[in-house]
Design a protein around this ligand. Structure first.
Ligand SMILES: Nc1ncnc2c1ncn2[C@@H]1O[C@H](COP(=O)(O)OP(=O)(O)O)[C@@H](O)[C@H]1O
Ligand SMILES: [Mg+2]
Length: 352
């Protein structure tokens, strides 16, 4: 991925997403901006409940019925799709422009139709193919996603496939729709480690062949080093840091990113207990003042409790929303473990 000549495919500006629950309002996404670049693979990382799924579901009009985009824009091909209201509008985007692969493949597969038929429907609808041509295309895609004996597998039902194979079928259906952007929402979380690695490899291969832009969602920072060009760190409905994979691993700026990295088992010191982040994320029903991580941050600044920080640039490809980057901020030492990681820079990807 060449970031000097990057081209924006999707641009999110100040997005606010709210839900109404038992008459009360909850803010799940709190004014997030993000540009997605053509052909990249961007990982969105953050603990469970930080808003990764809600954020990306808003790109395809799949927010739950009690949710809505309250303000902000999602610009795609010159249109603000955040303003789309009808299912008819969303059908011009969902699947054919932006497709999503979910954690549990069974939510996207019909148990009553053969997998061949399910992929065939997508090929017919989105690629305008018919008859033998359409069927050949399905067989090609099954091959591409690594399903052996595709002719035979074609007439089988989802229950005849293993979890990993089902996830391949779901990926095949997404590919059949010929999307520009593929969002993979924790696609391997339910799978065992070996299968996980295979699916990640598969996505990499498909990305090159079909020139996809991929958003890869995970709560596991350890996984992303292998898949992502860029990492966006999400905390409490906000993206607090974005940078190239190396920048986020070796030169992290936000205290939450420090905490996330410190809790990676791969970085732990043998014989010492694993670092865990103290406290709990803020209540999203309440207004959050200042930096949402301040109350859990072991070394907060006074201003962290008062005013929300803006994004400060660290490099042309790296930004972080922390007052520590303000020129007026006092010098705060990074935790020792994080300093050690920084020193490892250039010595190979040993965080993976
Ligand atoms: N339909 C809904 N109604 C109320 N709150 C919701 C709804 N869907 C998601 N949320 C809340 O939005 C926040 C972000 O959720 P989500 O995006 O699913 O997190 P993640 O994918 O990072 O685990 C969570 O606090 C969650 O409880
Ligand atoms: Mg999620």
């Amino acid at each position: 991925m060449d970031y000097d000549n990057r081209e924006t495919v999707l641009s999110v500006k100040d997005l606010v997403v709210k839900f109404t629950l038992r008459g009360q309002e909850l803010t799940a996404i709190r004014g997030v901006s993000l540009d997605l670049y053509k052909g990249e693979s961007l990982a969105i990382v953050g603990e469970s409940g930080s808003g990764k799924s809600v954020f990306t579901k808003s790109f395809i009009g799949l927010l739950d019925a009690n949710g809505r985009v309250d303000s902000g824009e999602i610009l795609y091909k010159g249109k603000n799709i955040a303003a789309y209201k009808s299912e008819k509008d969303w059908l011009t985007i969902r699947g054919r422009e932006i497709a999503m692969v979910f954690q549990d493949p069974m939510t996207s597969l019909s148990p009553l139709k053969t997998i061949g038929k399910q992929i065939l429907e997508a090929v017919t609808l989105h690629r305008g193919l018919k008859g033998k041509e359409a069927k050949d295309c399905v067989i090609d895609i099954l091959n591409d996603v690594g399903i052996s004996n595709p002719e035979q597998r074609y007439s089988q039902y989802p229950h005849e496939f293993s979890g990993g194979m089902r996830q391949r079928v779901v990926i095949a259906i997404s590919i059949a729709c010929n999307p520009n952007i593929l969002i993979c929402d924790e696609p391997t979380t339910a799978l065992d480690v070996t299968i996980q690695a295979q699916i990640l490899d598969l996505l990499k291969k498909l990305q090159a062949k079909y020139r996809l832009t991929i958003i890869y969602i995970t709560h596991d920072l350890g996984v992303v080093a292998n898949v992502a060009d860029r990492i966006a760190v999400m905390y409490s409905g906000d993206i607090v840091e974005v940078g190239l994979c190396d920048e986020v691993f070796y030169n992290p700026q936000h205290p939450y990113t420090w905490a996330l990295l410190s809790s990676l088992p791969q970085l732990g010191v043998k014989g010492e207990p694993l670092y865990s982040i103290k406290g709990t994320p803020p209540n999203l029903f309440m207004e959050i003042k200042g930096d949402a991580f301040a109350v859990r941050n072991p070394t907060p600044l006074e201003i962290d409790f008062v005013e929300r920080p803006p994004y400060f640039p660290v490099s042309p490809t790296h930004i972080a929303r922390t007052w520590l980057l303000d020129p007026r901020a006092p010098q705060v030492e990074k935790p020792p473990l994080i300093q050690t990681i920084s020193q490892r820079r250039g010595k190979g990807a040993d965080y993976a």
